[in-house]
Design a protein around this ligand. Structure first.
Ligand code: NAD
Length: 362
């Protein structure tokens, strides 16, 4: 029985991995080769500079063609490094004229969360598809406005949840759906890191800071993706060990979730603690991942001995290639705006619970 189960999961994993890679190969060989999508990055901070721009160089379906920045000193550096044409360089004021630029198909919003809605809506109105970083926005109202703007302008909206493109994460999502160990009883999910900065938007409420929207969405996704369900109630507690830094937003958030099936989750996130693990206890077994939301090396094991350990060359490149392919083929995105909204609904309830010190029903 144990052996059968292991083979089943390994096969399932192979299917997941295969489906993640073969469509591109098949399509590129059977259809007339489509052009690559031109991507413009909005906001040239850490994530754009260190992760997305290098990953774009590894994609098959995308090309980094444009930049939108409020820092003129960054322009020559980016132009030289990535061969970006003068006509594809924008600032925050003239950004809307991107509507007239056929080089750019997709605008990727990589700004502080409070700016996600504005730039997503402006990009949609300019007729560009939008990729927007997590957390989607600070409020449900913002998320709904972003989804509406993209629908109204007939463009696609994807949220940058790179992990949902990772076959290691897809493997534990599959266990939640197919239930080889029965129902989920308890999820323990944590994601945090020590942030030593003292004057960054992550510590600023107005800009959308706070651990919950940042690493907290990974802790929350661990629970949502492992159960395949949406929580029906939350109980949360915010805290800080550095009140001189974290006085506007929480340094740490602990939250409990209850799901319709009766599954429970205990989740933690922090800007003061390095942690990244997920444990799922089912009726008849368990699954552990550590890490479960890193850029690379996500891996885990199950109570029947199955190991989850797929290697992928670059998570962000896979995310952007799959999102570009969905746009070109007019198929469903893996992580549409609606999925970003699902998280923010819970995040809002978590903040309400922490502020009012009570259980909040969803
Ligand atoms: P960052 O602070 O390094 O970069 C932010 C950029 O926004 C900078 O270029 C800054 O100049 C610009 N900016 C414009 N107006 C600003 C303002 N008023 N205040 C501050 N900055 C302003 O941040 P980052 O770490 O690159 O994060 C950007 C986005 O990417 C966030 O939504 C973050 O959550 C997300 N992110 C996602 C991942 C992931 O794994 N998916 C990883 C890191 C960051």
């Amino acid at each position: 029985m144990e052996k059968q189960r292991r083979i089943f999961i390994q096969k399932a994993g192979l299917i997941a991995a295969a489906s993640a890679f073969t469509p591109q190969i098949l399509l590129s060989s059977t259809k007339a080769q489509k052009k690559k999508l031109g991507v413009a990055l909005v906001g040239l901070g850490y994530y754009s500079t260190d992760l997305l721009a290098p990953a774009l160089q590894l994609t098959n379906n995308c090309e980094l063609r444009g930049i939108v920045t409020g820092s003129p000193e960054k322009i020559p550096i980016w132009q030289e490094k990535y061969g970006i044409k003068d006509k594809n360089v924008y600032n925050y004021k003239n950004f809307d004229t991107i509507a007239n630029n056929p080089d750019i198909d997709v605008v990727y919003v990589v700004l502080p969360p409070s700016m996600h809605a504005e730039y997503t809506i402006r990009a949609a109105k300019a007729g560009k598809h939008v990729w927007c970083e997590k957390p989607m926005a600070p409020s449900v109202a913002d998320c709904e406005a972003m989804i509406k703007a993209c629908k109204d302008n007939k463009v696609k909206l994807a949220i940058g949840y790179r992990c949902q493109h990772d076959p290691n994460i897809q493997a534990y999502m599959k266990v939640g759906k197919e239930r080889p160990f029965g129902k989920v009883r308890m999820v323990t999910s944590a994601a945090g890191y020590f942030d030593g900065r003292t004057n960054h938007w992550k510590q600023n409420k107005k800009l959308g800071g706070g651990a919950m929207g940042d690493m907290g969405v990974y802790a929350l996704q661990g629970a949502r993706l492992a159960t395949g369900e949406e929580p029906i109630s939350v109980l949360a507690q915010a805290s800080t060990t550095r009140p001189e830094v974290y006085h506007e937003v929480e340094e740490t958030m602990m939250f409990q979730l209850e799901f319709p099936s009766g599954a429970l989750a205990s989740c933690q996130t922090s800007f003061g603690i390095n942690m990244n693990h997920l444990q799922v206890n089912y009726e008849k077994g368990w699954l552990k991942m550590e890490p479960h939301s890193s850029y690379n090396g996500n891996n885990g094991s199950m109570s029947d001995g199955t190991i989850i350990k797929f290697s992928i060359p670059n998570q962000q490149a896979k995310q952007m290639d799959e999102d570009a392919m969905a746009i070109m083929d007019k198929t469903d995105l893996i992580v549409p705006g609606e999925e970003g909204l699902r998280d923010i609904r819970v995040v809002e309830a978590i903040y309400k619970s922490a502020a009012q010190n009570c259980v909040v029903k969803l």
